[in-house]
Design a binder for this molecule. Structure first.
Ligand code: UD1
Ligand code: MG
Length: 455
């Protein structure tokens, strides 16, 4: 069983992002990058996580809440210094500590688990996760001895020409024996090209003490990629997206065009659902089986049942039950619950309302703050008048009601079961059960009117 604590380094400003937001809070795959790292570590078995914050620390704390403990690094004096800041919290921990960076959103729990397992199996004091990069510029290089064991890590700026030719790099992710880590950090100096306290120096210190240090190579270097710029963020996003689409397709979801299908990491989609192009399924969304979603759909934090079809639609913070048809140009706003078998078609907006089973809203309606029963028919152009300029009021519509075209239901108002409303009515009072309400001026024809005007 995995059992380790983590230190997640997230104090850096991320200057190259050119952002007011701390770098690690920029999202990839619909989640803050540091959240992706926390989630991967948690899934790999982390039981306690400590985040080192600095620039924008308050925002990072607020975003992560009680998922982690926090320490502040006032001045960014280097990765070794950053880790040292956690000593007050972790110095009594026995066993393994995994050090990660908050800007590597592509890590998987499988890779972290492998790093931990191999560190434990090797009985090493320190294990570094390495990757072979097509272009290693800027990274710390892994320098091995003749027997293949790791000797040290050299930062790019401190490396010799020969060392710079090495393409195996330090991913910035490690496992350490907690006690050995804090003891060695005392010996790390800032006597180097950047004048920083380098965490990787701990490996050389331990190695010279005759301790075992180990390296685990990632099969896929992409998993270890850090994000330093908006271009790298877009690249991470692209990789996460591709990964998610492949995962969904492997589980039985059809994606017509993966290049134009954007599904956040935490979204689930049931089998035999088809995703059409230009579909965005964002964080907090679940889609059932046998649905047809898209083209041109944006769904955020919405729970959708099975057998639902929806195209050209925007839904957020809503719930849609099974076998619903969401036609084209539909906007479902927060607090909306669409019950089973409902049909909502052309140019309809629904907000903070329940639409009962089997009801139909075929064309051009605004339904806000409404409790609608089952099998209601809302004619074309029907509107709930929910706002008097100061307050919002609710409309209640009973089962099997039939609301004629172009009617206004001025809330607060109730339409009881089986009631009918004549087209063009403006309803301001209760329509009783089984009644027909006609609330419009009677038609008057003035015969011969044109002739009279000519005279
Ligand atoms: C570091 C490693 C390098 C490795 C690379 C992988 C060191 C000295 N070098 O270099 O070997 O190849 O990562 O990406 O560790 N941070 C703090 N406080 C600080 C300094 C940094 O919290 O004082 C955080 C940063 O926010 C970042 C992480 O530590 O999340 C790494 O720091 P960064 O400056 O990006 O190190 P690199 O130069 O990339
Ligand atoms: Mg970096």
């Amino acid at each position: 069983m995995s059992d380790f604590v983590t230190i997640i380094l997230a104090a850096g400003k991320g200057t190259r992002m050119k952002s007011a937001l701390p770098k690690v809070l920029h999202k990839a795959g619909g989640k803050a990058m540091v959240q992706q790292v926390l989630d991967a570590a948690k899934a790999a078995g982390a039981r306690r996580q400590v985040v080192v914050t600095g620039f924008g620390g308050d925002a990072v704390r607020e975003a992560l809440g009680d998922q982690a403990e926090f320490v502040t690094q006032e001045e960014q004096l280097g990765t070794g210094h950053a880790v040292k800041m956690t000593a007050p919290l972790l110095k009594d921990e026995k066993g393994t500590v995994m050090v990660l960076c908050g800007d590597t959103p592509l890590l998987t729990s499988t890779l972290l688990k492998k790093l931990f397992d191999e560190h434990v199996a090797a009985k090493a004091k320190a294990t570094v996760l390495t990757a072979v990069m097509p272009d290693a510029t800027g990274y710390g290089r892994i320098i091995r001895k003749a027997d293949g064991s790791v000797e040290k890590i050299v930062e790019h700026k401190d490396a010799t020409e020969a060392e710079r030719k090495v393409r195996e790099v330090n991913s910035g992710i490690y496992c350490f024996d907690t006690q050995a880590l804090f003891a060695s950090l005392e010996q790390v100096t800032n006597d180097n090209a950047q004048g920083e306290y380098y965490l990787p120096d701990v490996l050389e210190i331990l190695q010279k003490q005759g301790e075992k240090i180990w390296a685990v190579a990632a099969d896929d270097y992409e998993e270890t990629l850090g994000v330093n710029s908006r271009a790298q963020l877009a690249n991470a996003e692209r990789i996460l997206r591709q990964r998610k689409n492949e995962e969904l397709m492997a589980e039985g979801v059809s994606i017509i065009d993966p290049a134009t299908t954007f599904v956040d990491s935490d979204v689930t989609v049931g089998r035999d659902t088809i995703l059409y192009p230009m579909t965005y399924l964002e964080s907090g969304t679940t889609i059932g089986e046998n649905c047809e979603i898209g083209p041109s759909v944006r769904i955020q934090n919405t729970k959708i049942g099975s057998g639902v079809s929806g195209q050209f639609l925007y839904a957020h913070d809503a719930v849609v039950d099974d076998n619903v048809k969401l036609g084209q140009f539909v906007h479902l706003r927060p607090g909306t619950h669409i019950c089973e078998g409902v049909k909502i078609d052309n140019f309809i907006e629904v907000k903070n309302s329940t639409i009962g089973k089997g009801s139909k809203l075929p064309h051009l309606s605004y339904i806000g703050d409404c409790d609608m029963g089952e099998n209601v028919n809302m004619g074309c152009g029907t509107i709930t008048v929910n706002y008097d300029g100061r307050k919002k009021f609710r409309t209640k519509i009973g089962n099997n009601a039939f609301v004629g075209c172009n009617s206004n239901l001025v809330a607060p108002v109730t339409v009881e079961d089986n009631a009918y409303i004549a087209a063009g009515s403006t309803i301001t009072q209760t329509v009783p059960k089984d009644a027909l309400a006609v609330a419009r001026a009677r038609q008057k024809n003035i015969t011969g009117w044109l002739d009279k005007r000519k005279q």
